[in-house]
Design a protein around this ligand. Sequence first.
Ligand SMILES: [Zn+2]
Length: 278
Amino acid sequence: MAQSLDKALQQLQLDTLCRFSPEQVAALQQTTGLDNDNLALSLLPLAQQKALPTVSNFRVGALAIAGSGHWYLGANLEVDGLPLNHSLHAEQSAIGHAALWGETTIDKVVVTASPCGHCRQFMNELNQDKLVIVLPQTRQSLAELLPHAFGPADLGIDGGMLNAPAGSLAFDTEDPLILAALSEANASYAPYSQNRAGVALLLDDGRICRGRYLENAAFNPSLSPMQLALSQVLLQGATPTRIRQAVMVEAEADIRQHDTAAQTLARLSPVALYSLVL
Ligand SMILES: [Zn+2]
């Protein structure tokens, strides 16, 4: 079965095997004969290849199945030389990936190992009662994995992480990198701090990798825009050493992203972070 999946993936001729359209998923299912969950589980090694587990050496792969039928890979990212709480978890990477493509619902998160408490809390911010977590041996709803949860509704926030109203930050420029970071800042989710933020990283081949801030009612599981953008660099088959320019746009607020983002970037790339506070 693994051989037929490999062959089917080669036939798709994808430049970057990190996002699958509904048509590609259907083609893979037809070729392999695997059902939805088992095909997703079979793709997790692809996600694991994108991990940067420099501290743990433990590769975690995840796949978010969005309501649109698109599938998004994610992988863990650890930052050598910084405290462990700068790490990005695979589930965050996959859901952040889906967010960057404008997805508004996630039906399933498929992952190689049981989600940690941090990720359960992060996924709870989706505010989707029917979210299912698929593991190699079991399938459970998030509600079963996180009973008596504390979430956005407890802080008076309706909707969830993928349904935030658009921001209105504005900056007069034609620089595509600043515009990309600005667009992500306006699409970010920061209902507790109002610190909307976005990052854009220019690679040596002209590609732009984006990240946006995704905040959490429990604060600590909030996903930094720099971590998400760096995760995109890896998912798209590049390395942080190929970053040529880095821009962050964030809203004036009581908290700031810049220092932490610059510190994270500095551990992985010599490029300095250009930052705008609006
Ligand atoms: Zn986790």
